[in-house]
Design a binder for this molecule. Structure first.
Ligand SMILES: [Zn+2]
Length: 455
């Protein structure tokens, strides 16, 4: 009840303030843990257009179906490949604004039959655009979506599957982010991805994430978006200022014993990325409440962030707070007076704009800020304080130590450590959790790095 009340209050406040796409304002310090705003990022966030998001999604819905198995239609106006080619044409137009730094490509392969899942082998073709960063030593940051769609019958290639929300909403967000960010320079490389074959089993993203891994690309974050365009659930509850952010607990293959000793089970790279996304969101899109869900995805559902997680890359998923299950994975029809189907009329493009803003704020900050430091925590002796050490990170002008009690979900305190690479904090390593983040001259802050104990 408390959460619903807070949500309602935010809604009322936002309506009173007349905010459709809220202007970013600096975050008031909460327990001292606060991100600052960089005017360069504020400008990007402010450029998001609900009208362009609507226009892009109208185009996507206009292809009738984007089902994976509609690839053979050979119709420039209908089917998954007509949609793919249109997305690629949008990226190519955006590339014209990038001074030659944005390149557009397909990731195409034949997916063999999956018994009891797919009727035949099928060509899967994702489309993505890579915005080359200025610093080749920096990591790669992915904003992802899937452009395929489905109706009640997962492999139905002929009847309509409009997919306005699942996942035309996120493809539109990815195109809008690419449009706004392509003319600007970032230290890190950014990939804007629209995957195919998500609905049958994350085919496109699994292939693409494995390819990045095989190519030695270091993906420091995947911000996946799937179903981010509607603000009213099928119970009628509206949540226009809430979005969920899912993150996995622990990647496969970790040393559970070591994690148990440290109490690090809630500090995987995905969890630190989720906390970062929440804090940056509060700073740049304060009307929005990003609810962190400490879980890799919803029950009975999955998403492309899991393909990145499977390769050991930190990945989170944005998804609307109250999904309407009458409007997803449903053949368009009226039954007992209820309209089923993933139709444009149910989307809230001001809401989609705000979720797009959250993505752009996080993505731009990741790609502008210094890399996260690699941190060790001395456990050589018993004591009442904590000593942390790290190597200097390029472009960092200072470092921050964040801390929280072991039973707190979010960082509660932040200490400016200055331009040092080792610090002793008067809090016991036995009772507290710590992170270190690097800050540049504009105030852009890295994801918090969780320390490794060192004897
Ligand atoms: Zn989806």
């Amino acid at each position: 009840m408390a959460r619903a009340g807070a949500s309602h209050l935010r809604t009322v406040l936002a309506l009173l303030l007349g905010a459709s796409v809220a202007a970013p304002v600096p975050l008031q310090a909460q327990h001292g843990a606060a991100a600052r705003t960089d005017p360069a990022v504020v400008a990007l966030v402010s450029a998001v257009s609900p009208a362009r998001l609507r226009s892009d999604d109208e185009h996507l819905v206009g292809f009738g179906t984007r089902n994976l198995f509609s690839e053979g239609l050979n119709d420039p106006k209908r089917g998954v490949y007509a949609a793919r080619d249109w997305i690629a044409s949008q990226f190519r137009a955006i590339a014209e604004t990038s001074g030659g730094r944005l390149s557009v490509a397909f990731d195409t392969f034949v997916q063999p039959v999956v018994p009891n899942r797919t009727p035949r082998a099928v060509e899967v073709s994702s489309v993505y655009a890579t915005l080359r960063g200025d610093d080749p030593a920096r990591g790669t940051y992915v904003m992802s979506s899937h452009y395929d769609s489905r109706n009640s019958e997962g492999n139905d290639a002929t009847r309509d599957a409009p997919g306005a929300d699942d996942n035309g909403s996120a493809v539109s967000a990815v195109l809008e982010a690419a449009r706004i960010m392509a003319p600007k320079h970032f230290a890190g490389t950014i990939v804007f991805a629209c995957f195919d074959g998500e609905e049958q089993g994350l085919f496109g993203s699994a292939h693409f994430a494995a390819k990045l891994k095989a190519d030695g690309v270091r993906v420091d974050a995947d911000l996946n978006n799937d179903i981010i365009g509607a603000s009213v659930g099928h119970d009628g509850v509206a949540a226009p200022y809430d979005v969920r952010v899912f993150s996995e607990a622990l990647p496969a293959g970790v040393d559970m014993r070591a994690i148990d000793v440290q109490g690090g089970e809630n500090d995987s790279p995905a969890r630190e990325l989720a906390r970062f996304a929440r804090e940056i969101g509060q700073a740049y899109v304060p009307s929005m409440h990003a609810e962190l869900i400490y879980r890799s995805d919803r029950f009975l559902r999955g998403g492309d962030q899991q393909s990145f997680a499977a390769q050991g890359f930190p990945a989170i998923r944005y998804v609307e707070a109250h999904e309407n299950f009458d409007h997803q994975h449903q053949t368009v029809r009226v039954e007992d007076g209820i309209q089923y189907g993933d139709l444009l009329q149910y989307l809230d493009f001001d809401y989609l704009a705000r979720v797009t803003q959250l993505n752009i704020a996080a993505l731009a900050t990741l790609a502008l800020a210094p890399a996260a430091p690699v941190v060790t925590m001395s456990v050589k002796k018993l004591g009442y304080d904590t000593t942390l050490s790290w190597d200097a990170v390029p472009t960092a002008v200072r470092y921050e130590v964040v801390s929280r009690r072991t039973d707190e979900p979010f960082w509660t305190d932040v200490k400016d450590a200055g331009a040092v690479t080792t610090v002793t904090i008067p809090l016991s390593k036995d009772d507290w959790l710590f992170g270190v983040r690097a800050v540049d001259a504009a105030g852009n802050v890295s994801v918090a790095a969780f320390p490794t104990p060192a004897r």
